[in-house]
Design a protein around this ligand. Structure first.
Ligand SMILES: [Zn+2]
Length: 487
């Protein structure tokens, strides 16, 4: 028995000014896949953890992950898809475990996952099982449901169960291959998008919905139930939250379970509305506390939601604040990194920084800063979440210090949910008065245990929670909360 494993993950944001390229995925093929993921807390790590205990031959196809941005360039998409197809064809497996995000777009393709499944199905034929794992923020399409035998989504947000999701999918695949399970899948799509800030799965309405889904799994009524509150910055025709249910050969029951949970999500939609705090108010509150860190979440520039990470919306206030301890902020600004490298450690540079990609929402701010550290920007995620245990690169990076403000400037974007991002470049968040993260909610897993206070702040950006103000053109209407009637 030959089981193929493959991953290709990215979350798209169709309002981002930055396109995605092939290199952003840092793809590897064949045995290098094992090296990247075996023993790591990723979906692929979860696949391997289960498959390694069986007699099956594991066929490593590809492993690819890219930071969020706008659509993958057309030629780069064709190349990635073609490489996936060639390796899958050569492996000629009996089954496929595929890890993707579910909200990936490319130029000319609104449903990258659906296209990957189409290719996989052509190669494997109609009868060999394909199981797809997806991020909780996936946008489920008719094509995905038609072509995969089962879809298994994360149950956590902040996302900390990638490994367990991979294990679950691998177990389901093995039981399917053994003839114990005949997956029957159904889904229910809603004309709904919701803000990320209030959709934690450990409290509030999403917690209750996930708990209900898990009870159905535990009782054996479902093999897998996934609730997908889609990431809301896709401007595509087949857009909206969904619930997917997989049962053992009971299609009607799968549909009934998906319908029931979707109705509950729809009923509670208003509870996800988010109140954002003006930056000066949040900084004043942080300064009034005897001890930090206070975490300011700049979700409108979330590098995990498709924003470029170049906003000066918080930075401009931070530079003027009467801080009494260090503050830390991450900023993507390649030209400033180049200037810091040219000046060297110990030099002081004077320039305008930030606002270099999203010129509509941010203006560069003037800063005089000491070049504290220069680095190759490689870092290894440690907190449970994205790429845990895997080393990725910021491109070159510099730590600039202006007054109390420590600015980690990088050539490339990165997830900011793990304090290790700062730690790896010599900044310890625990000792900061203020830490700025560019994330709506994912940061809570690692930062809530150390934060004395948390404020989600209001700045403009392409991943803003102010969904009614985003320039949607192609989403189906009516769509809540853009519309409040006509459903
Ligand atoms: Zn997500």
């Amino acid at each position: 028995m030959k089981i193929a494993i493959a991953s290709c993950l990215q979350e798209s944001n169709n309002f981002s000014p930055v396109a995605t390229t092939y290199d952003d995925f840092t793809p590897v093929f064949g045995p290098a896949v094992f090296e990247r993921h075996r023993g790591k807390l990723t979906e692929m790590g979860g696949f391997l953890d289960i498959l390694d205990t069986t007699e099956a031959t594991i066929e490593p196809i590809c492993a690819a992950w890219a930071i969020t941005a706008n659509r993958l360039r057309r030629a780069d998409f064709a190349r990635l898809l073609n490489e996936f197809a060639q390796h899958l064809k050569a492996a000629n497996p009996d089954a496929l475990l595929l890890a993707m995000h579910g909200a990936q777009t490319a130029q000319g393709e609104d449903d990258v996952e659906g296209r990957f499944l189409e290719i996989a199905r052509q190669i494997l034929g109609p009868d060999k099982p394909i199981i797809l794992t997806l991020d909780l923020h996936a946008n489920i399409t008719q094509r995905m449901v038609a072509l995969a035998n089962a879809i298994v989504g994360y149950h956590t947000y902040p996302h900390i169960d990638m490994f367990e999701t991979g294990q679950k999918a691998a177990r389901l695949l093995l039981r399917t291959l053994a003839g114990e399970v005949r997956p029957a899948m159904a889904y229910h799509k809603l004309p709904l998008i919701i803000q990320a800030e209030n959709s934690q799965t450990y409290r509030g309405p999403m917690h209750e919905l996930i708990t209900a889904a898990q009870a159905l799994e535990a009782s054996g009524q479902a093999e897998a139930i996934s609730i997908f509150p889609v990431q809301p910055w896709l401007d595509i025709a087949e857009m909206g939250c969904a619930v997917v249910a997989v049962t053992n050969n009971k299609p009607k029951s799968a549909q009934a379970q998906a319908d029931k949970l979707a109705k509950q999500l729809w009923k509670r939609k208003a509870e996800f509305e988010t109140k954002l705090i003006p930056v000066p108010e949040a900084i004043a509150a942080a300064l009034a506390l005897p001890v930090g860190p206070t975490v300011l979440a700049e979700s409108s520039d979330s590098t995990g939601s498709g924003s470029p990470g170049d906003s000066t919306g918080v930075l401009k206030h931070l530079l003027k604040a009467q801080l009494t301890g260090p503050a830390a902020i991450f900023l993507v600004d390649p030209a400033t990194v180049a200037a810091a490298f040219e000046a060297g450690v110990g030099a002081t540079i004077s320039r305008r920084i930030g606002g270099c990609f999203d010129k509509k929402n941010s203006k560069p701010v003037p800063v005089e800063a000491y070049v504290k550290l220069l680095s190759d920007g490689s870092w290894t995620a440690r907190a449970r979440g994205y790429n845990t245990g895997i080393t990725t690169s910021l491109g070159r990076a510099a730590v600039l210090v202006s007054g109390h403000v420590h600015i980690l400037v990088a050539e490339r974007s990165a997830m900011t949910v793990d304090p290790e991002l700062f730690r790896s470049q010599g900044i310890e968040p625990i000792y900061c008065q203020i830490v700025v993260v560019k994330s709506p909610n994912g940061f809570r897993a690692a930062y809530e245990p150390i934060a004395k206070a948390i404020f989600v702040v209001d700045t403009p950006g392409v991943s803003s929670a102010n969904l009614r103000q985003m320039p949607f053109k192609r989403v189906p209407r009516p769509l809540y909360p853009l519309d409040t009637e006509g459903f």
